[in-house]
Design a binder for this molecule. Structure first.
Ligand code: K1U
Ligand code: ZN
Length: 167
């Protein structure tokens, strides 16, 4: 397995729209394993392929306490959304920034698993937030883009300052 480098906002590559996976093969299964290792090491509860500069529609999520709930979603699509919840979100591509975002409270998502079989899942709470956040990544959208332009500029400034200090 391998740890993959994570792109940091405002890297333009985070705005790439990912392409559907046409064949769920060993290459995709290795990508899923490497993404899971990268997510756990970060640590995080989700990771989209976009964040590791792979522009294919693959994401991994594990919102369990003990790393027992790994899920992979290939070509995920939200088929139903209901309600609204406002949650504080973080992002491995926007380190150290946490902001409240309004999302659907319940989502139904369909996707392929690592065997290429279709499945459907109903999600609520953190899992529903995470699914919406990660699918946004595949569509080239970062959660801070839900915030006001003023807040976005402040965050960009903070991250640029931090990257100058650590260089
Ligand atoms: O997409 C990502 O960058 C992953 C992100 C997912 C997410 C978390 C919370 C709300 C929406 C989306 C993260 O995992 S940020 C890190 C984080 O939330 C966390 C880290 C350690 C333990 C528990 C949570
Ligand atoms: Zn993110």
């Amino acid at each position: 397995m391998a740890l993959l480098p994570i792109l940091h906002y405002p890297d333009e590559r985070l705005h790439t729209v990912a392409k559907p996976v046409t064949n769920v093969d060993e290459r995709i299964r290795k990508l899923v394993r490497d993404m899971a290792e990268t997510m756990y090491a970060a640590p995080g509860v989700g990771l989209a392929a976009t964040q590791v500069n792979v522009h294919e529609r693959v994401l991994v999520i594990d919102v369990s306490e003990d790393k027992s709930g790994l899920m992979a979603f290939i070509n995920p699509e939200i088929v139903e959304k209901r309600g609204e919840q406002v949650c504080e979100e973080g992002c491995l591509s926007v380190p150290g920034i946490y902001e409240k975002v309004a999302r659907a409270e319940f989502v139904t998502v369909k996707a392929l698993n690592v065997e290429g079989q279709a499945f459907e899942l109903e999600a609520e709470g953190l899992l529903a937030v995470c699914i919406q956040h990660e699918i946004d990544h595949l569509d080239g959208k970062v959660f801070v883009e839900y915030l006001s332009p003023l807040k976005q500029n402040r965050i960009k400034g903070k991250l640029k300052k931090r990257s100058r200090i650590s260089a």
